[in-house]
Unconditional design. Structure first.
Length: 132
């Protein structure tokens, strides 16, 4: 039998949630940032989260999207009681191009995805300077 070095990873550690018969929920998603001719658009998945549970801030050209939701399911019978809780949280942060009008940004949630739209500033036109 060959001896191999043990390299611990998060998946190699037993979960305390499994010992108690519970499920551990972690969700990862991607943040999409793209530009059109007139706007900078940021999209991030936040499934199951209502607009009241989302906080979007843009400061110094950095966008932060934080969303949390908690669900509780209860079943009561004569001598049996069951309760299941699920908590989801999402946190995204990214630097945005400096050409945005941050004070005019708008956000909406549609089909579990938050869409943040930032209008672009007018491009500064270059001016040719005559050398004397």
């Amino acid at each position: 039998m060959a001896i191999t070095r043990w390299r611990p990873t998060l998946t190699s550690w037993p979960s305390i949630w499994e010992d108690w018969g519970l499920e551990e929920a972690t969700e990862q998603g991607g943040l999409d940032i793209y530009e059109t001719e007139d706007e900078i658009i940021v999209e991030a998945p936040v499934p199951g989260v209502s607009k009241e549970d989302v906080d979007v801030t843009i400061e110094g050209g950095v966008i932060r999207i934080k969303a949390e939701t908690e669900e509780t399911e209860k079943e009561e019978e004569e001598k049996k009681y069951y309760q299941k809780r699920a908590k989801r949280s999402f946190y995204y942060t990214a630097s945005l191009p400096s050409r945005g009008k941050w004070d005019e940004a708008e956000a909406e949630i549609k089909d579990g995805v938050i869409h943040v739209t930032v209008p672009k500033k007018e491009e500064e036109k270059s001016k040719k300077i005559e050398v004397k």
